[in-house]
Design a protein around this ligand. Structure first.
Ligand SMILES: [Cu+2]
Length: 187
C-alpha cells in the first residue's frame, strides 16, 4: 500500500523531467524523489506498527501479563539535595512471587533499594538487595521502611512534577511507574 503511494510520488512529472533526462546511466542514478518517497513509506510503516502495538497495549489480554500493579508512587523532594527517597505500593496480581531486582530512573544517576532501620535510637539506611513481592500480596515502600533512593539527581525536583521510575524484575521485564514529587514534610 505504502509502496504504491511512493511510486505515485516518484512519478511527479516535473521531478522526473529534471532527474531523468534519458539513457541507461541516467536511469541508474538514484532519484531523490523516489528515495524520499521510500523514506516516507518506511516512516509510515513504522507509524502503523507503533499504532498497532499501542492498540495491543490497551487490550486487557496484555494488561494481565503485567505482574505488578503500582499505586501511590511518590518522591520526597529535598530542595538542594542530589538524593531523594521514593515510596510506592506494589501489588502482585499473579500466583507466583515477583522479585524486583533493581530500580532505575532517567532523572537519577542510579536508584538503590534502601531499608531504614532504627539502631540505638539512630535512624540508618542500608542497601536492600532485592525486593520480593509474595503472590497476591502488597508490599509498601514507605517512610521509615524500604524505599527507593534516587542518587545523583540530574536536575532539581519540583513539588508536583511527575518523575518516571522503572522497576526491573528478575528475568528482565520492566514495570513503568510515574511518581509525584511531594514536599519535604509529606508523610
Ligand atoms: Cu535511602
Amino acid at each position: 500500500m505504502e509502496v504504491r503511494r511512493g511510486t505515485k510520488y516518484a512519478r511527479a512529472p516535473i521531478r522526473r523531467a529534471k532527474q531523468r533526462p534519458s539513457g541507461i546511466m541516467a536511469r541508474r542514478k538514484p532519484d531523490p524523489a523516489s528515495h524520499l518517497a521510500g523514506e516516507l513509506a518506511v516512516k509510515l510503516t513504522a507509524f502503523v506498527v507503533r499504532a498497532f502495538l499501542c492498540a495491543l497495549g490497551a487490550s486487557p489480554a496484555l494488561a494481565q501479563s503485567v505482574p505488578l500493579v503500582v499505586q501511590d508512587a511518590w518522591i520526597r523532594g529535598a530542595p538542594g539535595a542530589d538524593v531523594a527517597a521514593a515510596y510506592l505500593s506494589v501489588h502482585n496480581v499473579t500466583a507466583t512471587p515477583v522479585t524486583i531486582s533493581s530500580v532505575s530512573s532517567p532523572t537519577a544517576a542510579h536508584v538503590m533499594i534502601h531499608e531504614t532501620s532504627v539502631e540505638n535510637g539512630q535512624s540508618r539506611m542500608r542497601p536492600h538487595e532485592r525486593l520480593v513481592v509474595p503472590a497476591g500480596q502488597t508490599v509498601k515502600l514507605q517512610p521509615g521502611g524500604v524505599h527507593g533512593m534516587l542518587q545523583g539527581l540530574k536536575r532539581p525536583l519540583t513539588v508536583g512534577e511527575q518523575v518516571p521510575l522503572v522497576l526491573v524484575l528478575a528475568g528482565g521485564s520492566t514495570v513503568q511507574v510515574t511518581a509525584t514529587v511531594r514536599p519535604l514534610n509529606a508523610e
